[in-house]
Design a protein around this ligand. Structure first.
Ligand code: EPZ
Length: 416
């Protein structure tokens, strides 16, 4: 339960490198279960959520080695099909192991997942899709007992919402199912494309990942493969926000700018100057940001919900009124109560927040309620005059590898 301490008001400048994507690494680690072999994932970030996923793999009988940013998983000895509650409750996205375990062993036992408090985190879309593929699911007092009679069978699945996790679970389960699977209204996030690319390099036959409809032709089995995880687009957006919040300038390296196409117009409307390279972004912020008329979070390629809390914080110090609408999660304004403690002027009504920018925030003792709300506190602390102490920073460490060290290197007065 560590704390971060920030003395704000210092314009940041320098360059920062972005680590591999958390939300790509997790399904990729689950995917290594499907083939009985030794897969290698490079650019795999050193995060607590990734550690949890590795511990799940080890619990299932795989051997996992990490050397720097490279994780090697040997799943040939995988024997267990149950994820204990202690591991399931640490991370909501552990549900994505269900499809992979069922595909490999024909049976799986998991409990309802835990993770960030972003409102109720249902998994109905995951379960109904897997049932359409032939997985029989019994609810045994909060545990899901799943079995496949024979082999999973391809199906035509239409998702009522383009759920990222449900799309990933279907891809993992359908790769070695009998026959064809079509996912309509699939999620199109870059992490979906990254997962499909890895699975195809393992011998799967997936077409259309990144579009609204994905076709998976089942193959008999997958083999292991080597893969480089894509850069984390939300970490890149967070660092851009840190520079914008302090009237600074920053060169963000090792990122995929095209994954942030919906974020750039918002930063430009707020008065930031951006120079976008092939794998880098340069940002120079104006001393007092403009407000942004309206930001609506949407499924990819719309404005990403994960970038909402950090960018929202910029609006709190902008020169006017901004409106944010959070359409993806029911409870993703946990950063507002903490921003109000720092002198922000914000009104929240359901999924709409109206932000009257104030000239300056004041340092305060605040909490990180979830991963991205915690990131918003870092952005706020860097902008605020005076000292901000952020507690419960274990939430931040789930998604940011070295946020204090990275920010120290570009001039921030931050310590753990
Ligand atoms: C993934 O979560 C990400 N997590 C989230 O990032 C991200 O915010 C989210 O996608 C949207 O982009 C990982 O990849 C590990 P969803 P996921 O299924 O898969 C509802 C972060 O900060 N829903 O697309 O859980 C759900 O309640 C995290 O890095 C159902 O109703 O997102 C939510 O309102 C936070 N039933 C909406 O869909 C279901 O069965 C989006 O959920 C599944 C989801």
């Amino acid at each position: 339960m560590g704390k971060l301490m920030i003395d704000g008001g210092v314009p940041l400048s320098g360059e920062i490198s972005v680590h591999g994507a958390k939300n790509s690494s997790l399904p990729l680690l689950a995917a290594t279960l499907i083939s009985a072999g030794r897969s290698v994932l490079h650019n795999c970030p050193q995060l607590s959520d990734v550690d949890t996923a590795c511990r799940i793999l080890e619990h299932l009988g795989c051997s996992v080695q990490r050397e720097g940013d490279t994780v090697t998983v040997d799943s040939s000895e995988m024997s267990c099909s149950e994820i204990p509650e202690s591991l399931m409750s640490e991370m909501r996205s552990s549900i994505v192991f269900l499809g992979a375990i069922a595909a490999r062993l024909g049976t799986a036992r998991v409990c309802f997942p835990g993770g960030c408090e972003l409102g109720p985190r249902p998994i109905d879309l995951h379960l109904s899709a897997l049932q359409q593929l032939g997985l029989e699911i019994q609810d045994d007092h909060g545990y899901l007992d799943c079995t496949v009679h024979g082999r999973l069978k391809g199906a035509k699945i239409s998702l009522s919402f383009p759920s990222v996790g449900a799309t990933e679970n279907i891809l993992l389960a359908a790769c070695t199912a009998e026959g064809e699977t079509v996912i309509n209204n699939a999620a199109s996030e870059p992490e979906i494309v990254d997962l499909a690319n890895f699975l195809n390099s393992c011998g799967a036959d997936i077409r259309g990942a990144g579009e609204q409809s994905i076709l998976i032709r089942g193959v008999d089995e997958l083999h292991s493969a080597e893969h480089w995880v894509i850069p984390d687009r939300i970490v890149a957006a967070t660092y851009l926000s840190c520079a914008a919040a302090t009237g600074g300038e920053l060169f963000v390296r090792n990122c995929c700018p095209e994954h942030l196409d919906s974020v750039f117009p918002v930063l430009e409307e707020m008065g930031c100057k951006l120079i976008v390279g092939r794998d880098s972004i340069y940002i120079r912020a104006k001393s007092r940001l403009n407000p942004v008329k309206m930001v609506r979070t949407m499924p990819y390629p719309g404005f990403p919900t994960d970038a909402q809390p950090p960018i929202f914080t910029l609006a709190a110090i902008a020169n006017g009124t901004s409106v944010f609408v959070e359409n993806i999660f029911e409870n993703r304004f946990k950063h507002v109560s903490e921003l109000l403690k720092m002198g922000a002027n914000i009104k929240v009504e359901g999924k709409v927040a109206v932000i009257q920018g104030v000239p300056v925030l004041s340092g305060a003792n605040v909490r990180a309620y979830d991963l991205r709300a915690g990131a918003a506190m870092v952005v706020a602390g860097l902008a605020a005059h005076g000292r901000t102490t952020i507690s419960d920073i274990q939430h931040i460490d789930r998604g940011y590898e070295r946020i204090d060290r990275d920010l120290q290197q570009i001039g921030a007065r931050i310590s753990r």
